[in-house]
Structure formats: structure tokens, C-alpha cells
Design a protein around this ligand. Structure first.
Ligand code: C5P
Length: 417
């Protein structure tokens, strides 16, 4: 399981011969789902070139405390705020001493001092240095301040001696770091969400669209990320900021939305189709602006692809959730939609005059949903959209587990995982 999904880890690398193993640590953290930014001390640079870690982490390595350029991009306070945890691997004897003394005379010590998040240290040094009274005292001081020590291991050392001082295995390091965080109900799952309306052009200045604000879909994407999922959000034209830790892809038309969804669906565990996709588009987009003539105008509309039904038929291993906005007879319409689209779950709500208490729902703060699946249903009462989204995600996680236990999603996922 990817215990570090959506977690941001600052990896500090200090001057120890084990610095070369920090590359493997980056890889294991990424494999566990984390995003990694590397901070190197001067001592570390004597062992490994920063470019190595830049290539592995995909981001420039942070090195200087008093570099105006670097500080403007992401200074020590910003780095400390960005992180969900800090791991220093390897942590040298000198680094432990400087941290214990509360120094902040290089970037890594300054970031550690400015943090409000857990700090874990993976020491690596000569066994005698680890057992020296000064190092023992520093370790005790740091432990008393709540710093977590991971390792060191016993064994043969680079200097030829035997004893405690080897860097803990990177796989174990990543696993132990993951234990710092709670496991969410969709931990490590890949979730694809669509949100907002689509816009279907008629001419260069006009289009057909609808009143969807995208707020429900954005709230669902945020809630899924909060539950530990890796979320991709395919959004139509909306005036909303992307939720934190969510990958956003912007589209305009239904056909663009289908193309974007088709790129991510093969890897997805769950598809949540919250977009209000335009059912029709003009057969032709006029090249020039349509002029007013005083005559009536007929525009021929052709059906758009049904994105949800397409995903379910092309990638049956994906657990699919559809929305149904109805003006009445919720049960009947939702059950019909469940069957017609072949999806695992329908989240249905009343819209328009039938839902006055939710302000007609579009662009409203509150919403109420009833969930339908084969053989069951469940009401999620009127609530703010973000609260409702969390309840919906919890219900999706439950239904997903039941579906998988019943054999759903297994055939292809055996090959995928
Ligand atoms: O059939 P109806 O439009 O009522 O179904 C609504 C559900 O189907 C929603 O989940 C919506 O996102 C999805 N849908 C779609 N592509 C369409 C129309 C609807 O994915 N062209």
C-alpha cells in the first residue's frame, strides 16, 4: 500500500559516505507515493553531486541558506511549511551535534528548526562515532525533543569496521516514515474525477453550456485526496482553484473531456463522473460570427459521447460512480441510470423547483445526495458540499471494498498491480 501518497517529504542529505544511498531513499519514498524535495549540506556535496538528486527527485536541490535567488523561489520557511515531514538520511554525527545545539547556520538546520512537522533522522557514521559519549548525549537530547530515530543498523562499515552505524535500508526507511501518517479510506488508490460543465461552441463567440459550477466535483476531488488517493481532476470551464495535491487537467468540450479521461482511466481504480457534460453539441461550428438577420435560426444539435458509459464499457475494471440530477422521481430515474450505464454507484439529487432548500443546487453551498447501488441505497442528507463530499468518498471506499471482495475489478487488475 502506498502509505505516503500525497505526502510531501523534505529529504535532508548530510556528509556521510552513505550519502550515495540517498538516491535509493528518494526512489523508495516516491514508490510509497511521496513527493520529495532534497536539501543537501556542504558535506553531502563532497560525496554526491546535487545533479544526481535533482534528476531523481525531479526538482532542483536546495543548498544555500543565504542565496537571495533560492530564497525567493522557496526559502527555508517556505520549505518547512511545504513539508508534511522531514527525513534526514543519512544524518552524520556532526549534523546531530549541530541540530542538538539548535544551530541554524545552514539551510538544513534552519529548515529543521523552522518546522512544525515530524522530523526523522537516519544516522549513518562510523560505529565508534555513534557510540561516543558526545553523540549519545546528542541523540538523547534530540529524542527528548520528539525527534524520531530510524536506525542505524549493525553490520560491516565502509571504513572496514563492524558495529552500529549503517544507514537503515531505504525500503525500511520509507515504510517506517509512512507509519507516521494515518491511513485514509482510499489510501494509494488512483481516482479520476470530472467536474464542471462542458462548453460546446456554435461560432467563435458563442457556445452552449449549463449552470454547473463544478463545486461538487472539486469538493469530491479534494475529499478523495484527503482520503489518501492520487487524484486527477478533469475540469470543464469553471472559476475554481484546484484543490491541494490534486492533478488538474482543463478541458472545454465534451469530446476533449472524453479524450482527457481516456488518458487516465486505464490506470484508475475509481472514476467519479461529477461533470455536467453537455448532452448535445452543434453539428457544425460556424467559422465566422453568426449575423442577426431578423429571421428565425435553426441550429442542428448532435449527441455528445456519454463519457461515463464509455469508461465503464472500455475499462470494466474501474469502479464507476455517476451523478444523476433529477427534477423528480429520484429512485426510479437513479435505478434506471445505474442499469443503463452499468456503473457501480449513482449519487442522485433533486434539482430545480423540487429542491428549494438546496437553492436549486447549481452553484449552491449545500446539496443532498441519495446513493444507489445494486441491492442497496443510502441517504446523505443536506449538508455543505465539502462535508457531503467526504461522506460520499467514505461511502465509495466502502462500496469499492465490497465490490472487489465480490470479484469486481479483479480480471484486469491482476495484470495491472
Ligand atoms: O444520463 P445523464 O446525463 O443523466 O447521466 C448523468 C451522469 O452521466 C453524470 O455522472 C455525468 O457526469 C455523466 N455523463 C457523461 N457524459 C455525458 C452525459 C452524462 O459522462 N455525455
Amino acid at each position: 500500500m502506498q502509505r505516503l501518497t500525497n505526502k510531501r517529504v523534505v529529504l535532508g542529505v548530510t556528509g556521510s559516505v552513505a550519502a550515495y544511498k540517498a538516491g535509493e531513499v528518494i526512489r523508495e519514498l516516491q514508490r510509497a507515493g511521496a513527493e520529495v524535495r532534497v536539501v543537501m549540506t556542504r558535506g553531502a556535496e563532497a560525496f554526491v553531486a546535487p545533479l544526481t538528486f535533482q534528476a531523481l527527485s525531479g526538482h532542483p536541490v536546495h543548498r544555500e541558506l543565504l542565496d537571495p535567488g533560492a530564497e525567493a523561489a522557496m526559502g527555508h520557511i517556505a520549505l518547512a511549511r511545504w513539508a508534511d515531514c522531514i527525513l534526514v538520511a543519512p544524518a552524520s554525527a556532526d549534523f546531530l551535534a549541530r541540530l542538538a545545539a539548535g544551530r541554524a547556520d545552514d539551510l538544513l538546520t534552519a529548515v529543521c528548526l523552522a518546522r512544525g512537522v515530524p522530523l526523522a533522522l537516519a544516522p549513518a557514521m562510523n560505529a565508534r562515532m555513534w557510540e561516543d559519549a558526545a553523540t549519545r548525549a546528542n541523540v538523547q537530547t534530540l529524542r527528548n525533543r520528539g525527534v524520531l530515530f530510524l536506525g542505524p543498523e549493525e553490520g560491516g562499515q565502509a571504513c572496514g569496521e563492524e558495529g552500529p552505524g549503517r544507514l537503515l535500508d531505504p525500503v525500511v526507511l520509507a515504510a517506517r516514515l509512512g507509519e507516521l501518517f494515518e491511513v485514509g479510506s482510499l489510501q494509494g488508490r488512483r481516482v479520476l474525477v470530472t467536474a464542471g460543465p462542458t462548453r460546446e461552441p456554435l461560432d467563435p463567440v458563442r457556445f452552449f453550456s449549463n449552470r454547473s459550477s463544478g463545486r461538487m466535483g472539486f469538493a469530491v476531488a479534494a475529499a478523495a485526496a484527503e482520503a489518501g488517493a492520487r487524484v486527477t481532476l478533469v475540469a470543464g470551464p469553471v472559476a475554481l482553484e484546484a484543490p491541494d495535491r490534486v492533478e488538474r487537467v482543463d478541458v472545454t468540450t465534451a469530446e476533449e473531456m472524453l479524450a482527457a479521461v481516456s488518458r487516465f482511466a486505464p490506470e484508475a481504480d475509481v472514476f467519479i463522473s461529477a461533470a455536467a457534460v453537455a448532452d448535445y453539441r452543434p453539428r457544425e461550428v460556424r467559422p465566422g460570427k453568426i449575423k442577426r438577420t431578423g429571421e428565425s435560426l435553426t441550429v442542428e444539435l448532435v449527441p455528445n459521447p456519454d463519457i461515463l458509459a464509455t469508461v465503464k464499457s472500455r475499462w470494466p475494471q474501474v469502479f464507476c460512480v455517476g451523478f444523476a440530477a433529477e427534477t423528480g422521481d429520484l429512485d426510479r430515474h437513479a435505478r434506471a441510470k445505474l442499469a443503463a450505464k452499468g456503473v457501480e454507484l449513482i449519487a442522485a439529487n433533486l434539482v430545480g423547483p423540487a429542491a428549494p432548500e438546496a437553492g436549486g443546487v447549481f452553484d449552491a453551498e449545500d446539496n443532498a445526495l441519495t446513493l444507489y447501488w445494486e441491492g442497496g441505497s443510502m441517504e446523505l442528507g443536506l449538508a455543505p458540499k465539502d462535508k457531503l463530499a467526504r461522506a460520499l468518498v467514505a461511502a465509495i471506499a466502502q462500496r469499492l471494498a465490497a465490490w472487489e471482495a465480490g470479484g469486481g475489478g479483479t480480471v484486469v487488475s491482476l495484470h495491472r498491480r
